[in-house]
Design a protein around this ligand. Structure first.
Ligand SMILES: Nc1ncnc2c1ncn2[C@@H]1O[C@H](COP(=O)(O)OP(=O)(O)O)[C@@H](O)[C@H]1O
Ligand SMILES: [Mg+2]
Length: 247
């Protein structure tokens, strides 16, 4: 069986990068179960920037985990670039995540024993890209997030904002189709938060990646083109962000 991606650019661009169809996700809890997603249906078009908002426990992180293929739904189907993930065995799901998805977490998840550029190069090294090329790509991305002077520092030497900018560079390193960010500004001051969101949006656009940003911040959500509100594991609201002139 072949599980390759279509090489036809027209066919690929026509598909939503991410599609949730009637997705349910239950977790075991004590003797019972908790339903994190409850019939979620959502299309994310290629190249778009969507913010996902909603109260704590509404299912936002679960949505991202399923989109990344880190976990599987209890029912329904998740498609990434047209591929139904339920048909992929675990190793293919891991390959998909490594090749096509970039993730930014609230708490950065940088490896403490690697320096910043090695952290950024890691997704490429895992794919078998030669070290010289991977480090050159990391250097270019670090320049884009204005971290070149910190390239040889270990993560613990960086400020929160700098760590998150490094994590943004890492998420884009392997040119993913889909960038998922789970409250990436939750641990940052207002100014660093704004910079991280701006960099995410700019880099995603430049690299033609689709961006899905989970956030509690109204400012961050306002940077998106569309805001989807989750409530009890379903889409409660879905609207474009108004772009007033001078507002
Ligand atoms: N690994 C898990 N085990 C059990 N329950 C979980 C797990 N992950 C999430 N949940 C529950 O699923 C619901 C949705 O969680 P989550 O997706 O983390 O929401 P959000 O990111 O919007 O806060 C919550 O009730 C949460 O407690
Ligand atoms: Mg969450």
């Amino acid at each position: 069986m072949s599980i390759g991606w279509s090489n036809d650019p027209v066919e690929r661009s026509g598909l939503p990068v991410l599609r949730f169809m009637n997705v349910e996700k239950e977790y075991p809890l004590g003797d019972g179960r908790v339903r994190a997603l409850d019939g979620l249906t959502l299309d994310i078009p290629r190249g778009s920037f969507t913010a996902i908002v909603g109260r704590s426990g509404s299912g936002k992180s679960t949505l991202l985990q399923l989109a990344a293929g880190i976990d599987r739904p209890t029912a329904g189907e998740v498609f990434v670039e047209g591929q139904p993930l339920s048909r992929l065995p675990d190793d293919a799901l891991t390959r998909l995540r490594r090749k096509r998805v970039g993730i930014v977490y609230q708490f950065f998840h940088l490896l403490p024993t690697l320096d910043v550029r090695e952290n950024v190069a890691l997704p490429l090294l895992l794919e078998g890209v030669p070290e010289r090329d991977a480090l050159a790509r990391a250097d270019a991305l670090l320049a884009q997030v204005e971290l070149s002077p910190r390239a040889r520092a270990r993560p613990h030497m960086l400020s929160g904002g700098e760590m998150q900018r490094a994590a943004v560079a890492r998420a884009l390193a392997h040119a993913p189709a889909l960038v998922l960010a789970d409250e990436p500004t939750g641990n940052l001051d207002t100014r660093s938060a704004a910079r991280v969101v701006e960099l995410l949006a700019t880099l995603a656009r430049q690299h033609r990646a689709t961006l899905v940003l989970v956030t509690h911040s109204p400012e961050a959500a306002a940077a998106a083109e569309r805001v989807v509100t989750l409530s009890d594991g379903r889409v409660a609201d879905d609207r474009p962000v108004a772009r007033g002139t001078g507002a």
